[in-house]
Design a protein. Structure first.
Length: 233
């Protein structure tokens, strides 16, 4: 299994998470704040980090920003006790791969971690051969390898972003409300503000615009939701 670094200043929660991840077969290391976590990564690089937001010395947001500024794409799942979509949006904008709000189910957290680890291993060339990718115009989605390509160019997406594209392109032109999008891309009963879909969409647009300036297929429908505009417009 994987080497997972758990970062939180709540020792009781760290103990619970360490037991859960250990029972799931992962090798676990703990850190009480972002500074200790960065030192731990320099000493022995983990496969994935689960990191709290509110911590002394170096908070979770600064920790993620520091990693990404170094060009480190290590998967990071952020934890927070704040009930704010702005915090979630900030975490995602800084480069977190996923976000779980306390209180949460360890089952849900383990499932999110498993999905991220699977994506990493498949991109590294491990696992079974992939099935053919599904194409929608110039967009290709390979659900087995968790890869997205647009105009033949690989688009670096999180698992959630891939699921968003998959949901919208199943029926090009059909409008999905934010709530419907969340049901399809999360689907685990976790409480998430519907407006966070806007953050996912905006991140995807920026990524696709680097391939096609003026990209406009991912379309907002005012007062309704989002849709993938088909090739006919």
């Amino acid at each position: 299994m994987a080497r997972v670094l758990l970062v939180d200043d709540d020792e009781a929660l760290l103990e619970v998470l360490a037991i859960a991840f250990g029972d799931a077969g992962h090798e676990v290391e703990r850190a009480g704040d972002g500074k200790v976590a960065l030192a731990a990564i320099a000493r022995a690089r983990p496969d994935l980090v689960v990191c709290d937001v509110l911590m002394p010395r170096l908070d979770g947001f600064t920790f993620v920003r520091t990693l990404r500024e170094k060009g480190d794409a290590m998967p990071v799942v952020m934890l927070t006790s704040r009930d704010s979509e702005l915090d979630e949006a900030l975490g995602l904008e800084l480069g977190a791969d996923d976000y779980v709000t306390k209180p949460f189910s360890t089952r849900v957290l383990l499932a999110r971690v498993a999905a991220l680890l699977r994506r990493q291993s498949l991109r590294a060339g491990e696992g079974a051969p992939a099935s053919p990718a599904r194409k929608t115009g110039e967009l290709e989605i390979d659900e087995e390898r968790l890869e997205v390509r647009y105009r033949g160019v690989l688009v670096e997406t999180t698992v959630t972003e891939l699921r968003l594209l998959e949901a919208l392109t199943r029926r090009p032109g059909a409008v999905l409300t934010r709530a419907a999008v969340l049901e399809r891309i999360r689907g685990d009963g976790s409480v998430v503000a519907p407006r966070i879909v806007d953050t996912y969409v905006n991140r995807l647009r920026r990524k696709l615009e680097t391939i096609e300036p003026g990209f406009d297929r991912l379309e907002a429908v005012i007062g309704a939701g989002y849709r993938w505009r088909d090739e006919r417009g």
